[in-house]
Ligand binder design. Structure first.
Ligand code: AMP
Ligand code: MG
Length: 478
C-alpha cells in the first residue's frame, strides 16, 4: 500500500551487511519507499501467509498475516535463508476488522527489543528497518504515526501454520509444510524415512522450544502472547507485542494488559510452551501413523520427554548464572545441586522483589569468601538471615567444583546481562522518538548491542525504575 510520505527512521547496517543488502541503504533516495512497501524490491512477490492458532487457549481456524507481507526470501553471505517481511504495510486478505497498519511505538519497540534479544545470544527474528508512512492511524490511546517494520526471520512458519492445514483436514498440505520445515530448519532430518522423519521433527521442535524458554527465563523475559500463532518452527522468538524484561523479580510477573489471568506469566512460560507443543503434535498426528492410537502414543512419548529436556536445560542455565558451569555443556556439573542453589536464590529474590538483572551482577562482584562482599549481598536482601547459610553453601560449591575466582566471574559474565531493555527506558526512548528525537533510541539500541558489558557511558541503563518511572503494563498496540 503506498505511503503518503515515507521516511526511513532506523536502519540496521550490520544486519544489512550480513544479508548482503547494499543498494537499498538509507542514503538511497528510494529507501523510505522501499521499506514501507510503497516501492517493491526487484524480484519480490509479496505474499500474506495463512495461519491459524490458539489464542489464549481458544482455537481460531483462520488468522494469517493481517498487517504483514513476506517480500520474499534471500540468502545471507553464509548461504543461510531468511524471510524479509514488512509489518504494518497495509491490509491483506487476512486483515479481518483491522486496518493492516502498525503504529510507530510498537514498531520501534520491536526493533529495540528484538535486536537486544539477538545481542543476548537468544534465537529471535531481527529488525532491519523502521520507517514512517506519513499517515496518522487510530489506536487505543489516540492517533499515532503509522510505521512499518522490516523483519528478518529464518522463516515465518508457526505452530499456527500447521493448525491452519489441520483445521481444513488437508493432510497433503501438512506433509508439504512439515517437509518444508525440515528442509529449512532441520536439514539433518531430511534423509530419515517417513513417518519417523515427522516424529523427529516434533522432537527437534520440542528441544528447541524448551531451550528457547530457558533462555527467556535466564534474562527475565516475558513474551506476553505465547499463542500458537506466535511460536516458530525454527525456535526463534517471534512477535514482540506486549513483551517485557522484568525489573523487580516476581515469578508470576505479567506485564501484558490483556493477560489478566496471568496465562503467560514469567514462570508459566515453560508450561505454556509444552501446551503449545501439544497443539502442534495434534496437527502432525495424520503424518505419524495410519493408526490413530499409534499416532497418539508416538506423539505423547515425545511430549513426555519435554519435562526432562527442559529440566536439564534449566539446571544448566541456573548453574551458568551462578558461575558454576561453563557456557558450554560442562560434564563435571550435573546441574542438580547448582540448580537447587539457584532456585533458592530466586526464592530470596522473590521474597525481596530484588531486581532480576542486578542481583546477579551483585553476586558476580562478590567473591563468595570475601566477608565485606557478603555483607553487601546481605544488605541487598534487607539483612535476610537465611542468606548466610546460602552464601556459605554457595562458597562451598564453588570450592568443591574447583572454580577459581576468575573462572567464576567469566562464567557469570557470559550468562548474566549487565543491561536489558528495561521497560521504562524503552518507553522514554519511544516518547522522545514520537516527538521527533531519535537520539535516545539510537543510544539505547547501541548500548544493547553489548549487553554483557556495563555500558561505560550510560550507567542509567543499569538502574531499575524509580517508583514514578515504573511501567506496570504493556500493550499490543495493534
Ligand atoms: P498478534 O497479536 O500481533 O500476534 O496478531 C494476531 C492476529 O491479528 C494476526 O493475525 C495479525 O495479523 C492480526 N492483526 C494484528 N494487528 C492487526 C491490524 N492492525 N490489522 C489487521 N490485522 C491485525
Ligand atoms: Mg502474531
Amino acid at each position: 500500500m503506498p505511503a503518503t510520505d515515507p521516511a526511513l527512521l532506523l536502519w540496521n547496517g550490520d544486519l544489512a551487511a550480513e544479508l548482503g543488502i547494499g543498494a537499498e541503504r538509507p542514503d538511497h533516495p528510494g529507501a523510505g519507499r522501499l521499506w514501507t512497501g510503497t516501492a517493491l524490491l526487484e524480484g519480490s512477490v509479496p505474499i500474506a501467509l495463512a495461519y491459524a492458532g490458539h489464542q489464549f487457549g481458544q482455537p481460531v481456524p483462520r488468522l494469517g498475516d493481517g498487517r504483514a507481507v513476506v517480500l520474499g526470501q534471500l540468502a545471507d553471505r553464509a548461504g543461510q535463508r531468511h524471510d524479509l517481511q514488512l509489518k504494518g504495510s497495509g491490509p491483506t486478505p487476512f486483515s479481518r476488522g483491522g486496518d493492516g497498519r502498525a503504529a510507530l511505538g510498537p514498531v520501534l519497540r520491536e526493533f529495540v527489543v528484538s535486536e537486544a534479544m539477538h545481542a543476548l545470544g537468544i534465537p529471535t527474528t531481527r529488525a532491519l528497518a523502521a520507517a514512517t508512512t506519513g499517515e496518522t492511524i487510530d489506536r487505543q490511546f489516540g492517533p499515532e504515526p503509522g510505521a512499518v517494520l522490516t523483519r528478518v526471520a529464518s522463516s515465518h512458519l508457526r505452530f499456527g501454520s500447521f493448525e491452519y492445514f489441520a483445521h481444513r483436514g488437508d493432510t497433503a498440505g501438512l506433509r508439504c509444510l512439515a517437509d518444508t520445515a525440515i528442509d529449512w530448519h532441520y536439514p539433518a532430518l531430511r534423509s530419515q524415512p517417513a513417518p519417523m522423519r515427522y516424529l523427529a521433527l516434533l522432537r527437534a521442535v520440542m528441544e528447541r522450544t524448551a531451550a528457547l524458554v530457558n533462555e527467556w527465563l535466564r534474562v527475565g523475559f516475558i513474551h506476553g502472547v505465547m499463542n500458537t500463532d506466535n511460536m516458530t518452527l525454527s525456535g526463534e522468538t517471534l512477535d514482540y507485542g506486549p513483551c517485557a524484561f522484568m525489573d523487580h523479580f516476581r515469578p508470576d510477573r505479567v506485564y501484558s494488559a490483556v493477560d489478566r489471568a496471568g496465562r503467560y506469566a514469567w514462570n508459566q512460560q515453560p508450561r505454556m510452551a509444552h501446551w503449545n507443543l501439544a497443539r502442534l503434535a495434534e496437527c502432525l498426528l495424520p503424518l505419524l501413523d495410519e493408526d490413530d492410537n499409534a499416532a497418539v502414543d508416538a506423539a505423547e512419548a515425545v511430549l513426555g520427554e519435554y519435562a526432562h529436556r527442559f529440566a536439564i536445560g534449566h539446571n544448566h542455565m541456573l548453574a551458568r548464572k551462578l558461575g558454576l558451569a561453563d557456557a558450554e555443556d560442562d560434564p563435571g556439573c550435573s546441574g542438580e545441586a547448582e540448580s537447587d542453589l539457584g532456585e533458592r536464590l530466586l526464592a530470596f529474590m522473590a521474597r525481596h522483589e530484588a531486581d532480576f538483572t542486578n542481583t546477579w551482577q551483585l553476586l558476580m562482584k562478590a567473591p563468595p569468601d570475601d566477608c565485606q562482599q557478603i555483607l553487601r549481598v546481605r544488605e541487598w536482601f534487607d539483612q535476610d538471615d537465611d542468606l548466610d547459610a546460602w552464601m556459605a553453601e554457595y562458597a562451598g560449591r564453588v570450592r568443591a567444583l574447583g572454580i577459581d575466582e576468575a573462572a567464576r566471574v567469566r562464567h557469570m559474565t557470559a550468562a548474566n546481562p549487565a543491561i536489558i531493555p528495561r521497560n521504562h527506558r524503552v518507553e522514554m526512548a519511544l516518547e522522545a522518538a514520537r516527538g521527533g528525537d531519535l537520539a535516545p533510541i539510537r543510544r539505547l539500541i547501541d548500548a544493547l548491542r553489548t549487553p554483557y558489558r556495563s555500558p561505560a557511558g550510560f550507567p542509567e541503563l543499569t538502574l531499575p525504575p524509580e517508583p514514578r518511572e515504573i511501567v506496570p503494563a504493556t500493550f499490543c498496540g495493534t
